[in-house]
Design a protein around this ligand. Structure first.
Ligand SMILES: Nc1ncnc2c1ncn2[C@@H]1O[C@H](COP(=O)(O)OP(=O)(O)OP(=O)(O)O)[C@@H](O)[C@H]1O
Ligand SMILES: [Mg+2]
Length: 239
């Protein structure tokens, strides 16, 4: 299958097992959301997909090829863009420098020719608010602006799969709408494949085609969002 396939992945920190055989598919062109309360293993799953954690067993494959032994940087070069939880920007660098750093890091390797001002302009079209903040240190951006910059940083590398870990966490409602519009645009207009982790159920169900709910390291529910009953998530997601 083209896209991402996670098959029966088990992950532990030392002796503490956190994921107990998780399987998940993100077909090319789809938008899949993983939901679940705090500490159930959502970030662990994404870090395993991104190549930052190694599973004890099971596999992650991308466009039909196994990613076993493929490191995080190499996965990024294969087209896996990752926006980690929290404010994943360099606070001392300006907005522009934050974007340049990732463009240069990618560009030095395989894709020098394809990364140009045009790519940057296309990404900034999605985040007009950032264009007036290009020379501001990222540490002085609001939470919502920093989140937009973190997403823009992943996009300037031209990913084929965008992985987002709780993009609405700690973000004020007006900015949540902007982030939702951006994700919807990436999916609908550009057809980008997206894997989203969210605890904000309504946001996730509005955006995603399919969902999976994690609980204590296991997938306990999956389905089409069009057939999902939002109230059924209350119990699965309650703290
Ligand atoms: N580096 C680590 N070392 C040891 N245990 C960890 C580590 N990171 C996470 N854990 C534990 O693994 C479990 C899953 O954590 P994880 O961060 O994947 O959950 P999560 O679903 O992303 O939570 P949240 O919604 O709070 O972000 C938790 O019990 C957590 O305490
Ligand atoms: Mg997390």
């Amino acid at each position: 299958m083209s896209g991402l396939v996670v098959d029966d992945v088990r992950v532990a920190y030392g002796r503490t097992e956190v994921l107990f055989g998780v399987s998940l598919e993100v077909p090319d062109g789809s938008l899949v959301c993983v939901m679940g309360r705090n500490g159930v293993g959502k970030t662990t799953l994404l870090n395993t997909i991104a190549g930052l954690l190694k599973p004890q067993s099971g596999s992650v494959s991308f466009d039909g090829s196994s990613l076993a032994g493929v490191g995080a940087h190499q996965r990024a070069r294969l087209g896996l863009g990752y926006v980690p939880q929290g404010h994943a920007v360099f606070p001392q660098l300006t907005t522009r420098e934050n974007l340049q750093v990732v463009m240069e890091r990618q560009g030095r390797r395989a894709r020098a020719a394809s990364l140009r001002q045009q790519d940057l302009d296309e990404v900034l079209d999605l985040f007009p608010a950032l264009t007036t903040l290009m020379n501001r240190p990222a540490g002085l951006l609001s939470g919502g602006q920093a989140k937009q910059l973190a997403i823009a940083r992943a996009l300037v590398t031209g990913p084929r799969l965008l992985v987002l870990d709780e993009p609405t966490e700690g973000i004020q409602p007006s900015i949540i709408h902007e982030i939702e519009d951006t994700i919807a645009k990436l999916h609908a207009a550009i057809g980008m494949t997206i894997l989203l982790v969210e605890q904000y159920v309504e946001f996730a169900l509005r955006l995603a085609d399919r969902y999976a709910v994690l609980d204590a390291g296991r997938v306990v529910s999956t389905g089409l969002t069009s057939e999902a009953d939002p109230s059924a998530f209350a119990e699965l997601m309650a703290v």
